[in-house]
Design a protein around this ligand. Structure first.
Ligand SMILES: [Fe+2]
Length: 425
């Protein structure tokens, strides 16, 4: 294999491919019971949120489990944008129920909550023990977890194929997460028909999450630039495997995102496939600056609410909190990997972008902003309620995301983050 990355003696020379088991296509959700049976499940906990719990997806999942003679107890109190408290509440339910398997039906919040519930019910610990450093102690997950079949009903987070669970730590007003290959669901059942009833705003927000997973994986620091150390981190950096998924996800998302927002079923099918490809890519490569900044943007929200989402509490949906930073972030990172930024701009816009390498960052930011306008998503941090006086707090909330920042193609410290947040206003 030819590889463009320069290899230094002390640096990484190999990459790992941790592929998830995936069943993709119309009707996949109705196969849930048969798949759960192959894991020898007899009694499963099904995690969902109150809204999705009332939709036909959960009824379909339960029916399929029923026909496979598997008991199912539903937990429908998943919090959209979960917290340490909501993770622990779900874990309490999981522990008391003595389940031998787990099912999640919903968006990333339901899937992440299910991962955390299975973890803390199986290997009880203080909450911060497994949480990423420096917020938590980043202790390794001690052993395998019971089977988890993840059934996404949005087309975005990719959580069904990753070993990451994200939450807010309320006392610290910080968004962080738990990352371990052991959290990766045993099987992802991706049924794009689940996305047909989603409001356009939810498709837009999750669609830009897909785009950013692909863009960040593709422009991440190359795996060979990392110091060789076993076990390899899940965020290995860009590698030939993640590049395949990223490029195709960008091409499809560029072509179908706006039509998917407008309600086309075919475009939603396509976007669900792009989300799956991007999820597999970023589960191996890792994301970087836009997601690191997003943790602070979501965690410090004051009063922003978005149509299509629960309105009882202020919330910046994950995909929006990521993409509002993305144009500024890619203008900054372009000088490290200009050819990749140009290629990504071409894939997104569906036409070869004529620009020299010096214009690569502007070209990618421009392609992204064109799509954001067409999908009617908030552009810039002011649009989600922030102003220049928030730059210090946003920077402080981002600098702790060391795992993500280290995956950026350029070194980024406090001064750079302050500049990025100012630009993203
Ligand atoms: Fe994301």
């Amino acid at each position: 294999m030819t590889c463009a990355h320069s290899l230094l003696a002390e640096n990484e020379t190999a990459f790992a491919i941790d592929a998830s088991r995936i069943v993709f296509g119309h009707g996949a959700l109705d196969e849930l019971g048969e798949h759960a049976k192959t894991f020898d499940c007899r009694r499963v906990a099904l995690f969902t949120d109150a809204r999705v719990g009332k939709l036909e997806h959960v009824a379909r999942a339960r029916k399929s489990l029923y026909h496979a003679n598997i008991d199912c107890v539903v937990y429908d109190a998943v919090q959209v944008e979960p917290t340490d408290a909501s993770f622990l509440d779900a874990a309490r339910f999981a522990k008391e129920g003595r389940f031998d398997g787990y099912v999640s039906v919903g968006g990333g919040s339901s899937i992440d909550t299910c991962k955390a519930a299975a973890l803390y019910a199986t290997y009880p610990a203080d909450f911060l023990d497994y949480v990423n450093a420096p917020v938590g102690a980043a202790k390794p997950v001690p052993g395998a977890l019971p089977p988890h079949v993840a059934c996404p009903t949005t087309c975005g987070t990719g959580s069904e194929t990753t070993g990451i669970a994200v939450c807010d730590v309320l006392a610290l007003k910080a968004k962080t997460g738990i990352a371990s290959p052991r959290l990766r669901p045993s099987l992802a059942l991706v049924d794009p028909t689940c996305t047909y009833t989603l409001p356009g705003e939810v498709v837009a927000a999750s669609g830009f999450d897909v785009l950013c997973h692909a863009l960040e994986s593709y422009t991440a620091r190359p795996f060979a630039a990392r110091e060789r150390k076993l076990p390899r981190p899940m965020s290995q950096g860009a590698n030939p495997w993640s590049d395949i998924g990223s490029r195709e996800a960008l091409r499809i998302a560029g072509e179908s995102l706006v039509a998917a927002v407008e309600g086309s079923s075919a475009a939603r099918d396509a976007l669900a496939w792009a989300a799956t490809l991007a999820g597999v890519a970023f589960g191996n490569a890792g994301v970087h600056i836009p997601h690191a900044m997003a943790y602070a943007v979501a965690g410090l929200v004051r009063d922003f609410r978005m149509n299509g989402y629960p309105r009882d509490e202020p919330m910046v949906p994950h995909g929006v909190s990521v993409v509002v930073n993305a144009p500024a972030a890619f203008r900054f990172t372009a000088s490290a990997r200009p050819e990749r930024h140009l290629q990504a701009a071409s894939l997104l816009s569906g036409a070869r972008v004529a620009s020299d390498e010096a214009g690569a960052g502007a070209a990618l930011a421009g392609a992204l902003e064109t799509l954001m306008k067409a999908a009617r998503i908030p552009i810039g941090l002011r649009a989600v309620g922030y102003g220049p006086s928030d730059v210090a707090a946003l920077t402080a909330g981002t600098i702790v995301q060391k795992r993500l920042l280290a995956n950026a193609p350029r070194d980024v410290g406090e001064a750079e983050l302050r500049a990025l947040f100012s630009e993203a206003m």
